[in-house]
Structure formats: C-alpha cells, structure tokens
Design a protein around this ligand. Structure first.
Ligand code: SAH
Length: 284
C-alpha cells in the first residue's frame, strides 16, 4: 500500500512538469489538452504495473547502479592490495567509469543475476565463465585504452569485457569459439546498443587478419604460449594482455609491448586462472 501511495505521489509531481514515459523524458502538458487523456492512461497503466510488480525499471536501475558503485569500490580496494605486483595500484578514471556503467547483470544467466555485482567470476554455461570484475578492470587498464583505439578480444564469453572496452575505444572486434555463447553475446550487446562491438564465431588463435593491425589485444582464455598471429597483428607500440601457461590450474598474466622496431617485450604480472584457449579441430 505504501508503495502505491509513494508512486501516486510521483505521478502527482509528474503531471505538473515532466515525467518518464517509455524511457523518455516527456513534457506532459506542453501540447493541447486533447493529449492529456492518452498520456494519463499511459502513466496510470505504468503505475498499475509498478504497483503489481513492486519494482519498476527505475527502482531496479537504482539498485543496480548502487551495486555497481560498490563493485567499483571493491575493485579499487583489490587494485590497491595487488598494486605492488601489478604496478597498477590505481586504475584509470575512465576504466572505472566504464565498469560503473556496464550492466554486468545483463551478461550473466538469470540464476546468477543476484551475484552479478560480486567481485568474482561466475559460470555462464557451456563450461565457461565470465571473468572476475577486478581482472576485467585490470586487464582493460593495462591496455591503456584511448578513444580512437581499435581493439581485438579473443574469448568473447558473455560479452562483458567487450562491452567495457566498447565504452572506452572506437571499435572492438571480439572472437568466440563456442557458438551459443557468441550468439548470446551478440544479442545482449545489440540490445544494450554497443554498435562499435563486432562479434565473430571462430578460433581466435589466428586473430582477425581483415581488421588488423590493432592498437591492443586482450585474450581472456589461456594458451600455453602466446599465439604468433596475435603478436603479428599488434601495431608497433601496441599492447597485448594475455594469460599464458602450460597448466590449467595456474597461468601468468602477461603484458606484451610491441616495440616500434617490431620486437616485443613481455612482463609477467601476476598468477591467474583462466579457462584454456581451445583450438579448432584440424587447426594447426
Ligand atoms: N571475456 C569473457 C570471458 C570469457 S572466458 C567475458 O567477459 O565474459 C573465455 C572464453 O574464451 C570462453 O567463452 C571460451 O569459450 C573462449 N575461447 C576459448 N578458446 C578460444 C579460442 N581459441 N578462440 C576464441 N574463443 C575462445
């Protein structure tokens, strides 16, 4: 009952000025009074839905943005704790803002939704996982993303890392080997309006030659060794962040910096655990 009363109060405030209708702010009484009745019907029916479900889109949105703000604080704390070994005790402002904007709950299966803003990896089906938010933030930060950059991701998974990059750079190309995951990621990214993210189904070991060279490359599944084609597709001066190692249990997160002369320097950053980078059957 109190919900209904407070919502009615929202309506009362709305009719004297502007109100949210179908996600758009509208000036309710700007035009002739003939438009009042239909607008009232829309508002009242929205209220009925709100009263029945107990939480409208804006209530849910507020809850999620508060949860995201907490997650951003957790990530900042973990960055401080690990700063001694990662060399990045403070992650860039733009990266943190991007993490604070992307609705991670939309990238996880429904049963995981209530855990979406915990700082931990979660299962996304097909035996795969969405990475821990701290790692997504750190790996993004290590790429030093700039607004004009063209970035390749290998291992789309849920599409979450691609969305975070999509907030920061001009264009993201991302490859997923498991078709149902790639299809689902395409759908969610399109629904959320990430028009600068292109998803392809295939083996990312070979990169994306048609779109190369890239300002940076992020790999979110672990090969035993850094795939040569990915180094080749990096621009001179470009950066690649990749977990690599021979064990499925433990790999090292590596930062590869391609020098202007084409050689590359690799730094070992911290021990991590990612799903293995698979190879297409019949591939080299
Ligand atoms: N970046 C993802 C994390 C996904 S986990 C996210 O934000 O959710 C790693 C993903 O890499 C898995 O979905 C796995 O299927 C995929 N993968 C493994 N080997 C691959 C390969 N050779 N090419 C492309 N994707 C691969």
């Amino acid at each position: 009952m109190s919900l209904l009363i407070s919502l009615t109060a929202t309506l009362a405030a709305g009719v004297t000025g502007r109100a949210m209708v179908d996600g758009e702010e509208k000036d309710i009484f700007r035009s002739s009074s003939g438009r009042r009745a239909p607008m009232m019907v829309i508002l009242l029916s929205t209220l009925v839905v709100l009263a029945v479900t107990g939480a409208g889109p804006s209530v849910a949105q507020d809850r999620h943005s508060a949860q995201r703000a907490r997650m951003v604080a957790d990530i900042a704390a973990m960055a401080r704790e690990t700063g001694g070994i990662t060399g990045r005790p403070r992650l860039g402002e733009a990266v943190m803002t991007a993490i604070g904007r992307v609705p991670r709950h939309r990238f996880v299966p429904l049963p995981q939704e209530s855990l979406a803003y915990e700082n931990r990896p979660l299962p996304i089906g097909e035996g795969q996982t969405i990475s821990q938010p701290f790692l997504v933030a750190l790996m993004t930060d290590l790429l030093d993303p700039k607004p004009g950059d063209i970035v390749l991701e290998v291992g789309t998974g849920s599409g979450y890392q691609a969305a975070v990059l999509g907030e920061l750079v001009a264009k993201v190309y991302t490859i997923e080997i498991v078709e149902p995951l790639g299809r689902r990621a395409m759908q969610v990214l399109a629904q959320l309006g990430y028009r600068n993210v292109e998803v392809r189904i295939g083996d990312g070991y070979d990169g994306w030659p048609d779109a190369a060279p890239f300002d940076s490359i992020v790999v979110t599944a672990a090969p035993a060794e850094i795939p040569r084609p990915l180094i080749d597709q990096l621009k001179p001066g470009g950066r690649m962040v990749i977990p690599a190692g021979r064990s499925d249990e433990r790999q090292d997160l590596l930062l590869v910096e391609k020098q202007p002369d084409g050689t590359s320097a690799t730094k070992r950053l911290l021990p991590v655990r990612f799903v293995p980078l698979r190879r297409d059957r019949g591939a080299r």
